[in-house]
Write a new protein. Structure first.
Lengths: 341, 341
DNA sequence: CTGTTAGCGCATTCAC
DNA sequence: GTGAATGCGCTAACAG
């Protein structure tokens, strides 16, 4: 067994052929006879050469088969979120089918530049917490696909968040209702709070504001008043924040009889807390979620929510990236009527 | 704005210095005066050069700052498993602290060779489903750290699975009990079934068999008989399989009054199904889990289980990899007494 | 179908 | 402290 790793050149020498022949045997089957190719491959295997060095190929070819998945937040956080992990699932299975590799990239990193030279492209799931990344992504010439947010002139995958929010709210609301909204990333605050008159962030680009628009439109149609002290901001769709917000909402007076939640995780925490407090759902409190995670279906009472297929988003985003599609895609959603309304 | 990307050479020319100087400014601060360095960095920034091309650096330096995390199974499956995703969390946060990147690698891939040339090392979480990967990993000269299984002469992170299983079983069992065991990957079958006298797989290396040893030791001490038709095999710690197995166990007669489960996911499905069937836990049925996931604590009745810190495993594995530690580490676990025993 | 050659972009000797 | 040369390992273009 050789101590030092074989290079293509060594192998060519050993087999008594030119380097191009070895290279072609591995990369361009059409460039040599099948017999010769197979002979070479067999002999390579025998001497323990498993193919051209990938690092050198990356430099030479300018492609690596690595796709970076930029998450909105730190990997730690994202990976335990059921919605995000379902998305990752979709991406990873589509990548695996195409023999591509998955590099996970945190949205709270400083910069994207330390991988840009060797990845083939970026899938960006949700607007990165660090806005510097947004700028960098927007300026790239390598392929970028965004999901759940948009970048000018880059392909994207979205659902119609405003319409979805409108539909679920419309289903839940009735004239005379007193409502609260548990929103996500509406203002620039690291903690749970009502938005009051804080300046709103990313109003144009964020899906949270689209959803808010949809809720408010439905409320208006039903003559339901929604003031800013009835709208909560949560920094993340996280059980911890959700619990805090749920408590505030349920303790507030007048206690709302309908709460529209921008994620199922939030809605489920609210549901559990309400039940613990002996509040009857839906008789005394109606709840809607958003996303359509499994746990929402299993809950008793089951959650009324908007279903979107996160894994399908992942598959589509991957396809858009690999096939260099240019279009901005809008995926369908579905209203799922549960027992919480 | 330049159309074509700047290379180090271009930049050197533009700034009127040698290529080595630019390179040193970015990589070896000690090789030039602070003033000069800062001037160069500033001018580079101005002309839009963000540093040496990473792909070229990988080839030249032989390191990439990319660490591959090889999962036992497909990424799709692993990422939705709470235990695995907590592990990933630990790894990713430790990597991020060290400015390393995370490449997720599926354990059911054909080979590891298509990334080996450009990653700095491998963390392998659980024995890869494709045994070819095991061979390849074992033969590598690049750093490898294994978790929840061992490779000769490679550092590893484990808990004492046998002792942990023994402890939880010892806590649950009493003389005269009738028990069942819901095990993981004990035999070579893609579906849920009793093991009967099927040939066991990976008896030496698998943690499932260590746990089984622990269970059986406790059973023996308590004079509890366990025949092979009371031991179930599940291919994965997955809700779907768990449900099947739970049903079989609860329908079997005599119905056991203690069920030892090799994961919390399995135990929780069993718990839910038992409650649905009106079986009283723990009066008529005692259940133990393994892992100590959050959901087990939240369940009512709360689950008696073995807690191991998966995120700590991730951190330790990363540290072992990055610091080239050689040791095989055994991490502590903790018995968590819940209400299901 | 095969062999030769010129870089891909850089880091690191070594002389100065 | 700086600048010129070599090669990391490979692929693509071309000539034969």
């Amino acid at each position: 067994m050789n101590k030092t790793k074989l290079t293509l050149k060594d192998v060519a020498e050993q087999l008594g052929v030119s380097t191009a022949t070895i290279s072609n045997a591995f990369n361009r089957p059409d460039q040599l006879s099948k017999a010769k190719r197979e002979e070479i491959l067999a002999r390579c295997q025998k001497i323990g050469y498993s193919g051209p060095n990938k690092a050198a190929q990356i430099l030479r070819k300018g492609t690596s088969n690595i796709v970076a998945l930029v998450l909105a937040d730190s990997i730690s956080y994202m990976v335990s979120d059921p919605v995000a992990s379902t998305f990752i699932k979709g991406v990873s299975s589509a990548l695996q089918e195409n023999n591509k590799h998955l590099l996970l990239y945190a949205g709270d990193s400083d910069s994207i530049l330390d991988v840009v030279d060797f990845v083939d492209g970026f899938i960006c799931y949700g607007q990165p917490r660090n806005s510097n990344l947004v700028k960098e992504l927007a300026a790239l010439t390598k392929p970028v696909v965004t999901v759940d947010f948009d970048l000018e002139k880059k392909p994207s995958i979205n659902i119609d968040n405003e319409e979805a929010a409108y539909r679920v709210a419309h289903h839940a609301l009735n004239e005379g209702d007193s409502i609260a909204i548990l929103g996500l990333r509406l203002i620039d605050s690291p903690s749970t709070c009502r938005i009051y008159d804080s300046p709103l962030i990313d109003v144009e680009s964020s899906i949270a504001h689209r959803r808010l628009d949809g809720y408010l439109k439905a409320a208006e149609e039903k003559n339901v008043n929604v003031s800013n002290d009835r709208i909560w901001h949560l920094p993340e769709s996280d059980r911890h924040f959700a619990r805090q917000a749920a408590k505030e909402v349920l303790m507030s007076s007048p206690r709302p009889n309908v709460v529209l939640c921008m994620s199922d995780i939030i809605a489920l925490e609210l549901l559990h807390m309400a039940l613990e407090m002996g509040i009857k759902v839906p008789q005394e409190l109606k709840i809607t979620g958003f996303d359509g995670i499994e746990e929402a279906e299993r809950a008793r009472p089951s959650l009324t929510t908007v279903c979107q297929s996160s894994s399908e988003k992942g598959v589509q985003a991957t396809k858009a990236l690999l096939e260099n599609l240019e279009a901005k895609t809008t995926l369908p959603f579905e209203l799922r009527t549960g027992e919480t309304v």
